[in-house]
Design a protein around this ligand. Structure first.
Ligand code: NOJ
Length: 554
């Protein structure tokens, strides 16, 4: 295997990107919510962790019905989070530390507070204002039935009826997510040109890329036909609102904009589409990266993981694009719980699939598996995404009191699914409880008064404590990322599989590097190999269950 030269290729082929859920990261002004200055105060931590890029979840003005994924102005910063001047300073300081900067763009829908939507409500059916969104007349004698049978991702019908200016019930608008998230009409040229302006606005401020929310959703099948069955995420059955060919035209136009700027500006797609469809988003005139959700969706099982890794690499072969490995984000249960309970990552609609059997949850075993998973992911060819707190081994918080839940999913599921708040609890920076374990600069903010309450044991995961402990999960991530940076054969490049039996995953990377992950009985390691890092203690020259190791082969 040849040793590649990483600096010769665009950064996004190899980057480890750290996702920051801004509301829960660090609160500089004592209002119990994270903010831009809070992130800035943590740049040294991120540098020390050794990530190549950061991605900030939506930080635009928003009524926060879906915590920023309901945007009311795409070219400003949410006042609770700071100002454009703060954002610019953060981008520049990250760059000064050699960290690339990705912002989140939400083009499928706006907030119902967006000026355009307010104008649409005030205007008449058939007006240019309504044409920027998906307004339709209802069915039934008096238009009292929704235009079709589509369901919102968060639950319930995907259509909401409006009251017209004359006070009578009128048209319906489409919202694939919350009622407060009306879908844009991407057949409308004003919508297209507005988003091109939005991209340029942030590119001019220096951002290196965009994480594209619901990247498979903007175009809907002509005629908005009824849906036969609600398809499972990643399934080959196509919903009339997902993965339509028209979205690719949008990305081709966006790619031209990215390429008109110096440096390697990029887009990464949040596209929950089947593995066979993903390569389309990664064609050379489209997007650079697309999250590998097939990987994220895999249970902690050697066969499932190996099959999904091989399959995703195979599907990407023709595109020339690298894979973007990811196990966690702000939408899925933390992997400590998932791996312990044998759960998938996506397609979750109830507490059992989300959390498993809470009585049987074993955090020690879950943590072991999560640590092994980290070494697996960081050794695979391509880039990788880490979600804040993943490096601290945070578990899912499953006991947030119902009256504190904020995810729109909770209400829209008819209060049956608690939703995603459990992976969004503010980060414990200090073992000391003050300021919600250091989440807030103000001592007036407590564990219980932070925007989401922290559980009793949150101090056990504190970053300041893990910094002092060579065996902590934070130390493991720091070590792995340091090795990865120095190891020319990691990141993008070749992989060669090693046959190590049905309960192990093993492969080589250039430079006599090997990764072994064991899911079964003690596994003898190759003789004479040097251990670079291991996710847990070895048993002499054997790898115990739920443990991974990076080796330099003889
Ligand atoms: C995907 C985002 O990751 C999620 O948090 C959000 O609720 C939906 N898109 C709607 O924007």
């Amino acid at each position: 295997m040849n040793l590649p030269v990483r600096s010769d290729r665009p950064w996004w082929r190899d980057a480890v990107t750290y996702q920051i859920y801004i509301r829960s990261y660090a609160d500089s002004n004592g209002d119990g919510k994270g903010d831009v200055e809070g992130i800035r105060s943590r740049l040294p931590y991120l540098k020390e962790l050794g990530v190549d890029a950061i991605w900030i979840t939506p930080w635009y003005p928003s009524p926060q019905n879906d915590h920023g994924y309901d945007v009311s102005n795409y070219m400003d910063i949410e006042p609770d989070y700071g100002t454009l001047a703060d954002a610019t300073r953060l981008i520049n300081e990250a760059h000064a530390l050699g960290i690339k900067f990705i912002v989140d763009i939400v083009p499928n829908h706006s907030s119902s507070d967006h000026e355009w939507f307010k104008a649409a409500l005030a205007a008449k059916p058939g007006s240019p204002e309504r044409d920027r969104y998906m307004f339709r007349d209802g069915k039934g004698e008096n238009g009292e039935l929704p235009p079709n049978n589509w369901e919102a991702v968060f639950g319930g019908p995907a259509w909401e009826r409006v009251i017209e200016a004359d006070g009578t019930p009128g048209q319906w608008y489409l919202h694939l997510f919350a009622v407060e998230q009306p879908d844009f009409n991407w057949e409308n040229s004003e919508v297209r040109s507005h988003f091109e302006d939005v991209l340029k606005f942030w590119l001019d401020l220096g951002v290196d890329g965009f994480r594209i929310d619901v990247a498979h959703g903007m175009i809907k099948e002509a005629g908005l036909p009824d849906m036969e069955v609600a398809p499972d995420l990643l399934s080959e059955i196509k919903a009339p609102y997902w993965d339509q060919d028209g979205v690719h035209e949008i990305y081709r136009a966006w790619r031209k904009i990215f390429d008109s700027y110096p440096g390697h500006r990029m887009g990464v797609a949040e596209a929950w589409v089947p593995a066979t469809s993903l390569p389309k988003y990664l064609r050379e005139d489209e997007l650079a990266n697309s999250f590998n959700f097939l990987f994220l969706d895999s249970k902690w099982d050697a066969d499932i993981l190996k099959t999904n890794i091989k399959r995703s690499l195979k599907e990407l072969e023709g595109t020339g694009a690298p894979s973007s490995w990811v196990f966690e984000n702000h939408d899925v249960t933390r992997k400590v719980n998932r791996f312990d309970q044998g759960l998938r990552g996506g397609g979750v609609a109830n507490p059992k699939d989300r959390w498993g059997d809470l009585e049987k949850f074993d955090i020690t075993r879950g943590t072991r598996r999560a640590r092994a998973g980290a070494l697996l992911m960081l050794a695979l060819p391509g880039g990788a995404y880490i979600y804040q707190g993943e490096e601290l081994g945070l578990p899912e918080v499953t006991d947030i009191p119902h009256d504190r839940l904020t995810d729109p999913r909770w209400k829209m599921s008819g209060y049956t699914d608690p939703g995603r708040d459990g992976c969004r609890v503010p980060i414990p920076w200090t073992a000391d409880e003050k300021g919600a374990h250091g989440f807030s600069a103000s001592a007036l903010v407590t564990k219980l008064s932070a925007w989401l309450p922290q559980p009793q044991n949150w101090g056990d995961f504190a970053a300041d404590m893990q910094e002092k402990d060579a065996n902590s999960t934070l130390a493991l991530y720091r070590t792995a990322l340091k090795i990865r940076r120095g190891e020319a054969g990691l990141g993008d490049g070749e992989i060669e599989w090693i046959e190590a039996g049905p309960t192990a995953i093993a492969f080589k990377r250039p430079g006599n590097f090997a990764c072994y992950v064991n899911f079964g009985a003690d596994l003898p390691l190759p003789a004479g190999a040097k251990v670079l890092v291991a996710s847990g203690s070895l048993n002499g020259n054997s790898l115990p269950v739920d443990t991974a190791v990076w080796l330099r082969l003889k």
